[in-house]
Design a protein around this ligand. Structure first.
Ligand SMILES: *Cc1c(COP(=O)(O)O)cnc(C)c1O
Length: 394
């Protein structure tokens, strides 16, 4: 049996006609950059995420870059994030001449550890230079935001959420003894989405969006994405070409309707894996540990809460590298996210901060493996994955 890591064709087949029609309409509109399709997407994604505004941009990377620019990040500023994320999180900081300051991850969620952010900010010299804290909602589960929001109030930095892997994923905020679920990207000052094809909401090329509740920031972003021209040909600031094109927006406008059910499918598959792994005694046996959905219990009060959207289903595994090779040879698509922590990347070896150690990040980089989790995966395919993993260890 073949089980790919992701099967976009299986997702496309049932909606191909609808997408084809949307593309044809866009072709005939002769409006290819920004325009009504992009505006509709911005409105709908903002609404879906409970934010006041959305600004469509050319990629998730450009969303991060433009958002940091709009927040005024410049040379000499510090931006706090983790070294266990996709390169773009750090790349966008470095491209502005700012310095990434890493703190280690929480080993359970792989997300930023707020206690370590607090400890870092205890140093007044560092706190004075921190302009932005950039939590990443890795693999589709929100980072612990409440303590970060409290620190932001205390120290006056902005929070930019890298929600590239977490569109629609929600986080429990306590308000007057009640739980309010807030969506990724809407909790800090702004949040960034990627519409790269392998994300839960993916287009047929590159695309991204920033959402925010700060309408001034949204306006700045709209200006930055057209080279800083406002009005056209008048450049008080330097921006870039960060525009989203209409064709991608048209595809996304079709797909956004299906996103909630795809999230449900991924979560169902995560539950099935849990049963199958336990049945095979792979967890008790200490061979693998499964991803923890830390907000699941709280979400049980109501149905339909996207407490985790499983952009990736990431296990920790004994003899990870050998298991990876074995599964690939058995026709199962697996991948390591991420094999090389960012502080080890050659482009940052000049930074003094790259010499610091991040034990949980190092450990995760050696132990984790992503398994297929996409919504259209069948029970048989999942059983095959778990059977092959059991065969490897026994
Ligand atoms: C995918 C991703 C990005 C970048 O998005 P692109 O659309 O590929 O530019 C940034 N951060 C994280 C965590 C991502 O997973």
């Amino acid at each position: 049996m073949k089980v790919p890591l992701l099967d976009l064709k299986a997702q496309l087949d049932p909606i191909r006609d609808e997408i084809q029609a949307a593309i044809n309409t866009t072709i005939d509109s002769i409006c290819y950059i920004l325009g009504p399709e992009v505006e509709k997407l911005e409105k709908d994604v903002a609404e879906y995420s409970g934010a006041l505004a959305g600004v469509g941009v050319s990629s998730g990377t450009d969303a991060l870059l433009a958002a940091l620019m709009a927040m005024g990040v410049k040379q000499g500023d510090l931006v706090v994030t983790t070294p266990y994320t996709f390169f773009a999180t750090m790349g966008s900081i470095l491209r502005l001449g700012a310095e990434p300051v890493f703190v280690d991850i929480d080993p359970v969620t792989y997300n930023i550890d707020p206690q370590q952010v607090a400890a870092l900010l205890d140093d007044p010299a560092i706190a004075a230079k921190v302009k932005v804290v950039l939590p990443v909602h890795l693999f589709g589960q929100c980072a612990d935001m409440t303590p970060l929001v409290e620190l932001a109030h205390k120290h006056g930095f902005s929070i930019l959420e890298d929600a590239a892997q977490a569109i629609g994923s929600v986080y429990p905020v306590q308000k007057n003894a009640e739980t309010v679920w807030k969506a990724a990207g809407s909790i800090g000052d702004a949040g960034c989405f990627s519409f790269f094809p392998s994300k839960n909401l993916g287009c047929m090329g590159d695309g991204g969006m920033i959402i925010t509740n700060n309408l001034d920031l949204a306006e700045k972003l709209r200006i930055l994405r057209v080279h800083g021209g406002a009005p056209k040909y008048h450049h008080a600031v330097i921006g870039g070409n960060f525009r989203l094109d209409a064709m991608q927006a048209a595809v996304l406008n079709v797909k956004l309707k299906y996103l909630p059910e795809w999230h449900v499918g991924r979560r169902r598959n995560a539950q099935r894996y849990k049963q199958m792994f336990n049945q095979a005694s792979l967890v008790d046996g200490g061979y693998v540990s499964l991803p923890a959905a830390i907000y699941e219990d709280q979400a049980a009060q109501r149905s339909g809460i996207d407490y985790h959207i499983y952009n990736q289903y990431v296990i920790r595994a004994e003899k990870r590298d050998a298991l990876k090779e074995y599964l690939l040879s058995e026709g199962i698509g697996v991948e390591i996210y991420y094999p090389i922590p960012l502080h080890h990347q050659n482009c940052v070896t000049d930074l003094s901060l790259s010499t610091m150690s991040y034990p949980e990040t190092e450990k995760a980089a050696k132990e984790t493996l992503a398994l297929p989790i996409y919504s259209e995966l069948t029970e048989d395919m999942q059983q095959y994955v778990v059977d092959r993993i059991a065969a490897f260890y026994k």
